[in-house]
Design a binder for this molecule. Structure first.
Ligand SMILES: [Zn+2]
Length: 376
């Protein structure tokens, strides 16, 4: 059994250790400060001497398996085992922040936690509710930041199952035998094998990031510490950039955007009408030519949608500068066209007398070929 030093002291960054077994994936040591993935917290990374540990998982006996990239040390080899402390400390902050959020959701708002995950960009708390008003989550954000400012101590104590049960914790105990209980002074007690901070103050700050529905539950997302600071700054930079683009004050940015969107949809409607008019005129101008009507258009070919039927039973092939075409003709003729223009990767489909699609290649060459195919 590996001596799990992280279980007692989450702040131990290194220890001397000896390899007791080597598997295909990694190594088992006589003692370790590396936390194996569990309880929503990722496994630790770091080094054993010069060997790079990229992850830590539990083996079938529950011992931390240090996953090593490349060559592995041999059984009996002794070296200093050293954590990637930035990586670990970040997840300690997320884990303690998650306990704090779960504790406050439960004690202040009667919302239970069913699953948690600590991620690179944010951590999640999946709740037992199918709907939570945003005010409740913003209120929880305030309460958590207050608890961070109050700097509540975080302690962990190992105790018997019975002793832990008697604490009446917010979540039932999942493991057998002795359990480690993590306390946030005056706020929370919960059985957890993870690694935690010494006090809530170390979280720095916490921000509600959003929520989504999953498995019929509301899953809430949170950013803490440096990620929260970065998110605030990123949002401020976005607002500042928007203000400068729109020559607007922050308070009127939204109404400026709404005005621009309204203007934009009006202009789009006007442009579409103008393009449809041009399409009608272009078609009219080409109707006088003999045989099939084949030409390249100056407007998007979709503008011809409503005017094509004016051709009656006359064949037409119209293509725009992006290689999109409309074809007015029978299905048999469209199949001939498909075969004849296969060299231009013709793709498309539709119904009798109305086909659309696209081709790749110079529009002029496609037009010449279409002219030849349709006029024989
Ligand atoms: Zn935990």
């Amino acid at each position: 059994m590996t001596d799990k030093l992280y279980y007692i002291d989450g702040y131990l960054r290194e220890t001397e250790a000896t390899v007791v077994s080597v598997t295909e994936k990694g190594i088992i040591l006589n003692r370790t400060v590396f936390y194996p993935e569990g309880g929503g917290q990722p496994g630790d990374r770091g080094w054993f001497g010069t060997f790079h540990i990229i992850d830590t998982q539990k083996d079938e006996d529950g011992n931390p398996l240090h996953i090593i990239k490349g060559d592995k040390p041999s059984v009996g080899e002794k070296a200093v085992l050293r954590l990637d402390w930035d990586h670990r400390f970040f997840y300690m902050k997320e884990h303690s922040a998650q306990h704090l959020v779960s504790a406050l959701l439960f004690s202040k708002h009667g919302i239970g936690t069913v699953a948690v995950h600590q991620g690179e960009d944010f951590f999640t708390v999946e709740t037992d509710k199918d709907d939570i008003p945003e005010e409740v989550l913003l209120c929880t954000e305030d309460e958590a930041n207050e608890a961070i400012r109050e700097n509540h101590g975080i302690e962990q104590r190992e105790m018997s199952h019975e002793e832990a049960e008697a604490l009446g914790m917010r979540r039932s105990i999942k493991m057998e035998g002795n359990v480690k209980v993590v306390f946030i002074k005056d706020l929370d007690a919960v059985a957890c094998g993870g690694v935690h901070l010494h006090s809530t103050g170390e979280i720095g700050e916490l921000q509600y990031y959003g929520s989504e529905r999953i498995r019929g539950h509301v899953r809430t997302m949170w950013k803490c510490s440096d990620l929260s600071v970065a998110y605030r700054r990123e949002n401020r930079a976005i607002v500042n950039a928007a203000c400068s683009c729109l020559s607007s004050e922050p308070v009127s940015v939204l109404s400026s955007i709404e005005r621009i969107l309204d203007e934009n949809s009006l202009l789009k409607r006007k442009l579409k009408n103008a393009e449809e008019k041009i399409a009608g005129l272009e078609l009219e101008a080409h109707k006088g030519t003999a045989g099939a009507v084949v030409f390249g258009t100056s407007v998007p070919v979709s503008s011809f949608e409503d005017v094509l039927s004016s051709l009656g039973e006359r064949n037409a092939f119209i293509i725009d500068a992006d290689g999109r075409f409309m074809f007015h003709g029978t299905g048999d003729l469209f199949n001939d066209l498909k075969t004849g223009l296969a060299a231009y990767s013709l793709r498309g489909g539709g119904r009798e007398w109305f086909y659309r699609g696209s081709v790749k290649g110079p529009v002029n060459s496609v037009l010449e070929e279409a002219q030849r195919l349709l006029n024989g």
